[in-house]
Structures are given as C-alpha cells and as structure tokens.
Design a protein around this ligand. Sequence first.
Ligand code: SAM
Length: 170
Amino acid sequence: MSGSEWGRLDLLKTGVSIKETQTLYQKWACSYNKDCELLGYSGPARVAQRVADLFPVDVRDNVNILDVGAGTGLVAVELKKLGFKNLDALEPSEPMLLEAKKDNLYNNYYQEFLTESPTTLSGDTYDVITGSGIYGEGAHVPCKALYEMIRLVKPGGYIILAARHEVVKI
Ligand SMILES: C[S@@+](CC[C@H](N)C(=O)[O-])C[C@H]1O[C@@H](n2cnc3c(N)ncnc32)[C@H](O)[C@@H]1O
C-alpha cells in the first residue's frame, strides 16, 4: 500500500455518510488508479473475465454492458482488453467519472446513485451489469439496489459483481 490517499480508506467505516464517502472519492479520483495498481486490486479483471466466459469473442461487439459504481473505469479497461465495446457507466462521483472520460472508456456516463429506487435509465436494457468494489464500508451501493439492477438487466441477462469477503455480510 502506498500513497496518502489510500490512507483515506480508514475513513470508510460503518456509519460514514454518503456525503463523507463521496468527499473521499472526490479527493481520491486523481490517484485512485495508481493506488489500485500498487495494491494489486484484481476485482475489475476478475469481473471482466467472468463476462468473457459467457460470450464468445465474435459476439462481444454486440453485448450491452452497464458498469455500476464505475469509478474511474477500471472495469471498462479490462472489458475492452477482452473485446467488449458497448459500455455505459453509472457513477455518482463526478471527479471519478471525469477520469474515465479522459480515456473515453464508456459510451454513456450516468452520474447517479444506484439505490433500491429506479434510476433514470430504462428497464430491460442491458445484457450484463457489472460492479466491482461497489459494496464496502462507508456509504456504497446498498444491498437492496440489486432490485434496480434486476430491472435494468434484460430477462436472461447477467449481473456480475465482485466484493471483498469482509464487506459481504450474509
Ligand atoms: C471502490 S470504488 C470502485 C470503482 C470501480 N468499480 C473499480 O473497481 O475501480 C466504489 C465506487 O462506487 C461508487 N458508489 C458509491 N455509492 C454508490 C451508489 N449508491 N451507486 C453507484 N455508485 C456508488 C463510488 O462513488 C466509487 O466510485
């Protein structure tokens, strides 16, 4: 671990508000990718590989994917390496989204929170919904947001999420 920003994760504890969590990402956006690299964060690559396992190379051009809690776009980077091109981002933090926009990683950028309530996006739209690191301490995606993911994904589509064991409480 390295970088002063990474230490900010200490701020992510139960009871931390949405505002405090978003302030963290606002300050972290510019060094987030480097910190993830130093940490060896593997969630985005794992999610992308699970998507690739479901679709042969020759159909990947046509697969519509929504990446929730997209952040700076690390999941998109990995999906693009595997041939996926139709990617949209849903992410509440403008500074995080700006990092993704710099690299032109997604077709559409929706600056919104995912909760149990409907987003502005149309239902039955996506073949796949991805999310890496979207559950965690602090105020991240609530478990009940799964209902909204189910609304957004096409019937028979897939929702592929990666989270650390510690933050998934069953
Ligand atoms: C640890 S980052 C993960 C970013 C990216 N998926 C990755 O793997 O690098 C968590 C992201 O979730 C976003 N987030 C927090 N609450 C959210 C919510 N309710 N809906 C959607 N995204 C949210 C944060 O703004 C942050 O960018």
